[in-house]
Design a binder for this molecule. Structure first.
Ligand SMILES: Nc1ncnc2c1ncn2[C@@H]1O[C@H](COP(=O)(O)OP(=O)(O)OP(=O)(O)O)[C@@H](O)[C@H]1O
Ligand SMILES: [Mg+2]
Length: 292
C-alpha cells in the first residue's frame, strides 16, 4: 500500500465521524467496569476506586488494580491516558504535584499508603521509581548508588556501604562495566548505562516494588534488550510495574498487561491473552494499531 493511501485510511479512522471511532467512543462511554481480572492471588499492592484530579480536570476514573508479587505488569495505552499518573499513585509521587488530588484505596502488603503511620519518603524507598530519561545525580557512580542507603542509614560503616553499592550495581547488571571507575561521574556513562545506574540506585534501598515509566524510551535496541533482560531477572525479587509504548516490549517482559484509555482502565489480563485475544474493542483497536 502506498503512503498516500495509508494516510488516507488513517485520516478516515481518526475522523470523529468515522464508524470505527464512533463505535469505540460508544464502547468507552459504556465502560463501567474493567474487562478481565483486576485482582491477583498474591497481591503486593492493591488499589481500588482510584480517582485522580489535576485541579478540576479528572485524569483517572475509578481504577481498581492489584500488582502481584514477583510479577511484571505492563501498563499500556495512548499518550495522555493516565499511565504515568496512575503509576505515580503507587508511591505517592503525585503528592509532589500541588494541583494533584488522589482519592481511593491503595495499599502495600495490606498497609494503607495514606495511613498516618506511613512516611511517604520511606514509602518511596519501598516502592522505587525509574523514569523515562536516565537522571543520575551530579555525583560519582559510587555516590549515586550510595545516596539512598546513606539517607536511610542502611549501612553502619564504609565496608557495609561498599557491599550495598557493589551488590546493587551487580543486580543492575552494570558492575563489570564500571568497577574500575566508581569515582567517575554518573553522567559520564552511556544512556543505557545511566539507566542501569538509576536502576541500581533504586535497588540500593532494598525496594519491594519497582515502578518504571518508559525506562527504555531513550535507549537504543541493544541497551533496551539489556534492560529487558534485567527486568526479567529482577522479577525474582521484586514486583514491577512498567509503562511502555512498545507493545513488543510489553509482550516480552510482562506477565499481565493493563490497557488504559482516557483515564479508565479498560482491560487487564494475562499478557498473552491481551495480545492474542483482547476482550474489549478499545484494546483491540489499540493493539492492532488502529489508533493511539
Ligand atoms: N502535572 C500535571 N498537571 C496537569 N495535568 C496533568 C499533569 N500531568 C498529567 N496531566 C494530565 O493528565 C492526563 C494523563 O497524563 P499522563 O501523563 O498520566 O498520561 P500518560 O498516559 O503517561 O501519557 P504519555 O504516554 O504521553 O506519557 C493528561 O491529560 C495530562 O495532560
Ligand atoms: Mg507518561
Amino acid at each position: 500500500m502506498n503512503t498516500a493511501v495509508a494516510d488516507d485510511i488513517l485520516t478516515q479512522l481518526r475522523r470523529p465521524s468515522s464508524p470505527v471511532q464512533n463505535a469505540a467512543q460508544e464502547a468507552f462511554d459504556n465502560l463501567t467496569e474493567t474487562v478481565g481480572t483486576v485482582t491477583v492471588d498474591n497481591p503486593k499492592m492493591q488499589t481500588s476506586n482510584v480517582n485522580v484530579f489535576y485541579a478540576e480536570k479528572q485524569a483517572i476514573f475509578d481504577v481498581n488494580l492489584d500488582i502481584g508479587n514477583n510479577e511484571v505488569i505492563a501498563m499500556i495505552g495512548p499518550s495522555g491516558c493516565g499511565k504515568s499518573t496512575f503509576l505515580r499513585c503507587l508511591n505517592r509521587m503525585n503528592d509532589t504535584i500541588p494541583t494533584c488530588r488522589v482519592t481511593g484505596n491503595m495499599s502495600l502488603d495490606g498497609e494503607d499508603l495514606y495511613g498516618a503511620d506511613l512516611d511517604p519518603v520511606l514509602l518511596r524507598a519501598r516502592v522505587g521509581m525509574v523514569f523515562q530519561k536516565p537522571n543520575p545525580f551530579a555525583k560519582s557512580i559510587y555516590d549515586n548508588v550510595a545516596y539512598g542507603p546513606r539517607i536511610h542509614g542502611l549501612a553502619s560503616n564504609r565496608a557495609e556501604l561498599d557491599d550495598i553499592v557493589v551488590d546493587s550495581l551487580k543486580k543492575a547488571g552494570l558492575y563489570d562495566e564500571v568497577k574500575d571507575r566508581l569515582d567517575a561521574p554518573g553522567t559520564s556513562l552511556s544512556g543505557g548505562q545511566q539507566q542501569r545506574l538509576c536502576i541500581a540506585r533504586s535497588i540500593a534501598v532494598s525496594p519491594e516494588v519497582i515502578l518504571m515509566d518508559e525506562p527504555c524510551s531513550a535507549l537504543d535496541p541493544i541497551a533496551t534488550a539489556r534492560i529487558e533482560e534485567l527486568i526479567n531477572e529482577l522479577r525474582e525479587n521484586y514486583a514491577i510495574a512498567i509503562v511502555t509504548h512498545s507493545m513488543q516490549q510489553a509482550a516480552r517482559v510482562s506477565q499481565r498487561t493493563a490497557y488504559f484509555h482516557l483515564g479508565k482502565l479498560v482491560e487487564v489480563n494475562d499478557t498473552n491473552a491481551v495480545f492474542t485475544n483482547p476482550q474489549h474493542e478499545l484494546t483491540e483497536n489499540y493493539i492492532t494499531g488502529r489508533f493511539g
